[in-house]
Write a protein that binds this ligand. Structure first.
Ligand code: NDP
Length: 287
């Protein structure tokens, strides 16, 4: 964690993600006699951004010793063909995690594809079974970005127990699971969203603030409670480059710990995907 002049400590997500990858690499080596973790990636169509994301995930796998099993299908692929591919990967013993890169090309039903994934291989934590397990607080794979958020909070040394946590955003991918993970860690959780009556007052009450909105600098620094932990999930492309949902420059003057954008939550997502793949592989040999 780096100190920033005249402000709170910057939570260095790039550094933490590197450490998580190192932990994963050591775990992969440590279980080599029992299992070789394998992650299947499925890329449908020729979306350039999706191709880059998948390439980065495969490269990250190679760096930590996870086997990468890759499938590319044309944009014209029929729903039944894609479902058959998922079935095949579900059945393979050398595949412990399956990642179907989203969004899928038009005409394909994402929900049906995600629902078809074996929950034991759902390393993105997106199936209804994984979501139900999170809600129930039972063992299961949790979504990667929310796991990354929790790891960054832990890096600050701040224990969520009894703290007021405010999550701005209630998407299935980020906001909702982050709130549930914070609740599991005994925080008092408030969800905010586009219909929240007084967002400023809610944010001002937060000991731990997680912003997952998707609106550049929607939260000004003046709203931040002095001494708060601020985790900014937002990634917004603007004329000034990538910015978060929180106005970093003013917020860091009040926060005790704050993530920058880029270099905060972003790098954590792939790191937690690798970690989930190892968890899934270990669970498969535990039976
Ligand atoms: P969604 O668009 O699915 O959800 C946005 C949420 O923000 C909604 O719940 C919405 O409320 C709420 N919201 C929108 N406007 C306001 C407002 N003015 N005040 C309060 N709440 C508001 O986005 P995601 O959850 O998928 O992503 C959020 C951000 O996180 C994006 O910038 C995305 O790029 C980024 N992201 C980053 C990742 C990473 O790896 N770092 C991974 C995933 C996402 P309502 O429900 O009422 O519409």
């Amino acid at each position: 964690m780096a100190e920033t002049e005249g402000g709170g400590a910057r939570i260095d997500g790039t550094e933490v993600a590197k450490r998580v990858r190192g932990e994963v690499r050591r775990r992969v080596a440590g279980v080599a006699d029992r299992v070789r973790p394998g992650l299947a990636t499925v890329l449908v169509g020729d979306d350039a951004a999706s191709a880059v994301y998948v390439r980065n995930k495969r490269k990250a796998c190679a760096e930590v010793g996870i086997e990468s099993i890759h499938t590319e299908l044309p944009a014209t692929t029929a729903q039944a063909t894609l479902l058959a591919k998922v079935d095949e990967l579900n059945a393979r013993d050398d595949v412990h995690g399956i990642l179907v890169q989203l969004p899928l090309p038009e005409g394909l039903d994402e929900k049906e594809v995600i629902d078809r994934l074996s929950p034991e291989k759902d390393v993105d934590g997106l199936t209804p079974v994984s979501q139900g397990r999170l809600l129930a607080g039972t063992a299961g794979l949790r979504p990667c970005t929310p796991l990354g958020v929790m790891r960054l909070i832990d890096e600050t040394g701040v224990d969520p127990t009894g703290k007021r946590a405010v999550v701005v955003g209630r998407s299935l991918l980020v906001g909702k699971p982050v709130g549930l993970l914070l609740l599991e860690r005994h925080a008092t959780v408030t969800y905010c969203h586009s219909r929240t009556a007084d967002l400023e007052a809610e944010v001002a009450s937060a000991d731990i603030l997680v912003a997952a909105i998707g609106r550049p600098k929607a939260i000004p620094g003046s709203w931040i409670k002095p001494g708060a932990v601020v985790i900014d999930v937002g990634i917004n492309r603007t004329d000034d480059g990538l910015v978060g949902d929180v106005d970093y420059e003013s917020a860091r003057l009040r926060a005790a710990h704050i993530t920058p954008v880029p270099g905060g939550v972003g790098p954590m997502t792939i790191a937690m995907l690798l970690s989930n793949t190892v968890e899934a592989a270990l669970a498969s040999v535990r039976g």
